[in-house]
Design a protein around this ligand. Structure first.
Ligand SMILES: [Zn+2]
Length: 441
């Protein structure tokens, strides 16, 4: 995509500035294809999705996905596909891994299709995984040499098969990232623990309510107030300064997820979603030291042409997702160093064991009185019974503990410091068990 000077109505650019822009555009033209269409030669050997085969008339089916991922696995060492879990109905949960195997590489994770009735994000993930794996241009190759891209293309296969938001047991997986009751959320938690992603995108869709809540794309960052400040600002910049301008350039409208606006003034009128609750993946991303991004594409038909041709609607939904996803990859490419520094600092902050922990609130809503632990305990004691009940979940969250009598002691001094009270303090809304706070330190 050529870089164009933005903004109208300002001073005309000086001649030198024009030349600089032209040079920047020319050099960008050499490096731009960070996941666009690979060469025809690469593409003919590459697997195609059911969406592509049907020209957008339908979403990729599950058997097609299995064949597609098997085809990706045959492309060579740049890509691997691994099973990371099994759903209640026996369907595989899979992880596609593309790019660098260097432990110091930046890691980008895409979690797609958590809600089974929101298929466009999944479709964007499948084609992006393939296009990254097949890319031959220098910029994408250089990106993959220092970046690991992980994709969970179908995070809720049972829901996809049934066309439901929840999984086979009716559980909303995107409210289960703290309790980890579902195989689906457990698989994602294990990926977060084992790969420590630096950037996480969670891809969704939504139903519009015109004229207040009807943008082509909504975006949001982690609002949980325990998110490290630097990570929070990186994530908000990614959403506001990267993804939204990219959407605008491509002709899509955008907004902040959950915020209804007055169509006349553009001012917010109410907030219906997008809060700080810690059991949502977008917020867990921040709590687990990643730059998190939620993206939501609009599902309903917008024009007469779309109303008579569902393939047009499907294409628009997928294209808007791809625009956001490519903006995220460009961001990860261009801000590699500052992202890595921010995620490392967030991890390290837990080991310093200082500062408050918030049990409620969001970045746009102060915690209620009593929701902030100004002087948090130094740890929580668990009885043998409590440990038996939640030990597996603590391990999946990457929380470490040590034996204590016939139970365990969970110290706050560790990277998961701000997550621990949310899991073990009786005052936290979604605590797993009532640990005994240790304040004698
Ligand atoms: Zn959703």
């Amino acid at each position: 995509m050529p870089i164009a000077p933005t903004g109208g109505g300002g001073r005309p650019p000086r001649r030198g500035r024009v030349r600089d822009l032209a040079l920047a555009a020319a050099s960008a033209a050499l490096t731009v294809p960070l996941v666009t269409i690979p060469s025809d030669a690469a593409r003919t050997a590459a697997p195609r999705t059911g969406f592509e085969v049907s020209a957008g008339a339908r979403w990729t089916g599950q058997a097609e996905e299995t064949a597609f991922l098997a085809g990706l696995g045959r492309l060579g060492d740049r890509v691997s596909v691994r099973r990371i879990g099994t759903t209640a109905q026996g369907r595989p949960l899979r992880l596609v891994r593309i790019g660098s195997r260097d432990p110091d590489a930046l890691t980008v994770l895409l979690v797609c299709g958590q809600h089974g009735d929101e298929p466009a994000g999944r479709e964007a993930c499948l084609t992006t995984a393939r296009d990254l794996a097949c890319a031959t241009d220098a910029r994408t190759r250089a990106f993959l040499a220092r970046t690991e891209v992980l994709v969970v293309p179908t995070a809720n296969p049972d829901g996809l098969a049934a066309g439901t938001r929840g999984n086979a047991d009716g559980v909303d997986i995107n409210r289960d990232h703290l309790a980890l009751r579902t195989a689906e959320a457990r698989a994602v938690a294990a990926v977060l623990r084992d790969h420590e992603p630096d950037v996480i995108e969670d891809l969704h869709e939504y139903a519009a309510t015109a004229p207040y809540y009807d943008k082509d794309l909504f975006v949001l960052w982690p609002r949980n107030p325990n998110t490290d400040d630097r990570l929070h600002d990186e994530a908000r910049d990614l959403a506001e300064q990267r993804v939204r301008p990219a959407a605008l350039d491509a002709g899509f409208s955008s907004g902040v997820y959950g915020v209804w606006t007055d169509p006349a003034t553009g001012h917010p009128v109410k907030q219906s979603a997008g809060d700080g609750q810690e059991r949502i993946l977008r917020n867990i991303a921040g709590l687990k030291h990643a730059v998190g991004l939620l993206v939501e594409s609009r599902t309903d038909a917008l024009t007469a042409a779309e109303r008579v041709d569902p393939a047009r609607v499907n294409h628009r939904r997928l294209t808007s997702q791809l625009i956001a996803l490519q903006a995220l990859l460009r961001y990860a490419d261009e801000r590699h160093g500052s992202i890595a520094a921010a995620t490392a600092a967030s991890r390290a902050a837990g080991s310093a064991d200082r500062g408050p922990v918030h049990l409620g609130g969001a970045d746009n809503e102060a915690p209620e009185p009593g929701e902030t632990l100004d002087d948090p305990p130094c740890g929580y004691r668990l009885t043998r019974k409590q440990l038996a009940r939640v030990g597996d979940e603590l391990a999946l969250h990457g929380v470490t503990s040590r034996p204590d009598g016939d139970g365990a002691y969970v110290p706050l001094r560790q990277p998961a410091r701000k997550l621990i009270p949310l899991l073990l303090d009786v005052r936290a809304a979604y605590h797993l068990t009532n640990g005994q706070p240790d304040t004698a330190c």
